[in-house]
Structures are given as structure tokens and as C-alpha cells.
Ligand binder design. Structure first.
Ligand SMILES: NC(=O)c1ccc[n+]([C@@H]2O[C@H](COP(=O)([O-])OP(=O)(O)OC[C@H]3O[C@@H](n4cnc5c(N)ncnc54)[C@H](OP(=O)(O)O)[C@@H]3O)[C@@H](O)[C@H]2O)c1
Length: 272
């Protein structure tokens, strides 16, 4: 991240939690800000603090990213405002109680906020930044993407979606000078975590990261050019082995015929 070239960063979900910390840290890196969320009062308070602490501009956009027309307006802003060079798709929600306990509209809202909005904003940003000669896009995923057995599949699945989106977009935009990163927080001490009311017996307090530490680590990962950043994973070889196994499967994914174990016994006999 080049401080002298830094211009405007959009951070969604900047009214509290991880997004609010991203906004502060990006301002300290020299970015002006566009801070997006629904709660105008909290956004204004954060923006005022950031202006006072850093001297950077901080604009507030009150928008509900579950509403497609509000996402479209934000995408248009990214396309039209030549100063925008960085996007953090941070806004996200989880469903309290899991997908079988919640209403279908609740699941639809989760998909809108966690999948549709970051997809459309990432695409808008990638196109715009390519024309502007570069930029950065950060998608806030989650370690739950790798633990669907432990967490609600709609939430964890939405976070896995962001990994796929990020890896694909990073490959397609590298030559245009765009860096795309997915950051995968583990349990982080925000209101989202508090709302989940996960008992100490399930996740001890010592496993919950401070959001300041999380965002600092995620930005270091961005500076290192990482496409996926796992701030909680100390042993990089674990991740390298996972990636190697995934890549190793690629040659088997398109075989043109079923694997022998999926043949009916008579077909297997005639095939052999
Ligand atoms: N905390 C964790 O343990 C953890 C772990 C892994 C990943 N994450 C991910 O990190 C991101 C931030 O989470 P957090 O822990 O900071 O959560 P948080 O404290 O609940 O903050 C969520 C932010 O998203 C905004 N938001 C929610 N719904 C929105 C909507 N419909 N339109 C616009 N903005 C909306 C909220 O603002 P308003 O309410 O003002 O709209 C708020 O600013 C999420 O994507 C989450 O999935 C969190």
C-alpha cells in the first residue's frame, strides 16, 4: 500500500466493530474515507473522531446493503468517483440461532448483505480500479468458511463464497495493478460476537481476538501481497498443505467419465 498514492477508501460496515477499526487504520495510512452502514449516528461519530485524529476527510453514506438499489448507488459511486482506490467489503451479518430457526426472509437478507453486496461492489471496484491504474479490494471472510460442521452453513457458506470470489478476482485483475485479498478473522471481540452469546465453555475468552490486532494483521497480510490472510494461523505450513491438497485435486476434477467407484457393477465389469 503506497501512502503517497493513497486516495479514497470505501469501508462498508464502518459504524462499529472491525469496519470501524479498518476506517481508522486506513485514514492513518493517508486515505480519505467513505464510511457506509445503516446507523447514521454511529457513522457520524466515527467519522468525526477520524477527522479529528488524522486530518483526513471522512464522508458518511447511510445505506442498507440488503437493498439492491442502495448497493447499485454505491457501485455507481465507485465507478464515477475517480478518487476511490480502495474498497473494504466488511459489512456482514450472522443469523442468531442458525438457518433452520430463522425465517426465509432472514436467510435472504444474509445472502444479500454477505454475498450479493460484496460481489457487486467488488466487480464495480475491479472495473473502475483497472481504468485508474490500480487499487485494493479487501473482502472480510471468516475462518468459519473452513468449519461448516461447527457453524451455520448459510453464514459460513457466504464466507466461503467470498474466498472463491477473491481468488478468482485476484487472478483476473493482477495485471491491472489491483490487489484483492480475503481476510479470514477468527472469533473477534465485536458486537457480532457478543450477540452470538457463545458460552466460554465453547470458545474460551483467550481464543477471541481484539479487533485492533485483527485489522493490523490483515493489513500486514495485504502489504505482503497475500490473497488469503488467516491472522489466527501461526503455522503457515498448515495453510500451505491445505492449498497444496486443493491444487492437487485439480487434475481429477474434469475426467470426462465417472470414477470407477460410481459405476454400476455390470458397467464396471464391462469397463474392465
Ligand atoms: N466478530 C467476529 O468474530 C467475526 C469473525 C469472522 C468474520 N467476521 C466478519 O467481519 C465483518 C465485521 O463483523 P463485526 O464483528 O465487526 O460485526 P458487527 O460489530 O456486528 O458490525 C457489522 C457492521 O456491518 C454493518 N451492517 C450490518 N448489516 C448491514 C446492512 N444491511 N447494510 C449496511 N451495513 C450493515 C453494521 O452497521 P449498521 O448496523 O450500522 O448497519 C456494522 O457496521 C463481518 O463481515 C463478519 O462476518 C466477524
Amino acid at each position: 500500500m503506497n501512502k503517497t498514492a493513497a486516495r479514497t477508501a470505501i469501508v462498508t460496515g464502518a459504524s462499529t466493530g472491525i469496519g470501524s477499526v479498518y476506517a481508522s487504520k486506513l485514514a492513518r495510512r493517508g486515505y480519505d474515507l467513505i464510511m457506509v452502514a445503516r446507523n447514521a449516528e454511529r457513522l457520524e461519530a466515527n467519522a468525526l473522531r477520524i477527522r479529528q485524529e488524522t486530518g483526513q476527510n471522512a464522508e458518511v453514506i447511510v445505506a442498507d446493503l440488503a437493498k439492491s438499489f442502495e448497493v447499485s448507488k454505491l457501485a455507481d459511486r465507485i465507478a464515477d468517483d475517480a478518487s476511490i482506490a480502495f474498497l473494504v467489503n466488511n459489512a456482514g451479518i450472522s443469523l442468531q440461532g442458525g438457518m433452520l430457526q430463522n425465517s426465509l426472509p432472514d436467510a435472504e437478507t444474509l445472502i444479500a448483505v454477505n454475498i450479493t453486496a460484496p460481489t457487486l461492489l467488488s466487480i464495480a471496484a475491479a472495473r473502475a480500479f483497472a481504468k485508474r491504474g490500480g487499487g485494493g479490494i479487501v473482502n472480510i471472510s471468516s475462518v468459519t468458511a473452513f468449519a461448516p460442521e461447527m457453524f451455520d452453513g448459510a453464514y459460513s457458506g457466504s464466507k466461503n463464497y467470498l474466498i472463491n470470489l477473491t481468488i478468482s478476482l485476484a487472478g483476473k485483475t493482477r495485471d491491472a495493478g489491483i490487489r484483492v485479498q480475503a481476510a479470514l478473522p477468527g472469533p473477534t471481540d465485536t458486537e457480532m460476537w457478543a450477540r452470538g452469546q457463545v458460552p466460554e465453555s465453547v470458545i474460551p475468552r483467550s481464543m477471541i481476538m481484539n479487533p485492533e490486532d485483527l485489522v493490523t494483521a490483515a493489513l500486514v497480510g495485504f502489504d505482503r501481497g497475500e490473497i488469503l490472510t488467516l491472522p489466527t494461523v501461526a503455522d503457515e505450513s498448515v495453510w500451505a498443505a491445505f492449498e497444496a491438497a486443493r491444487q492437487g485435486m485439480r487434475t481429477s476434477l474434469a475426467a470426462g467419465r465417472p470414477a470407477p467407484r460410481y459405476l454400476q457393477p455390470d458397467e464396471a465389469a464391462s469397463a474392465s
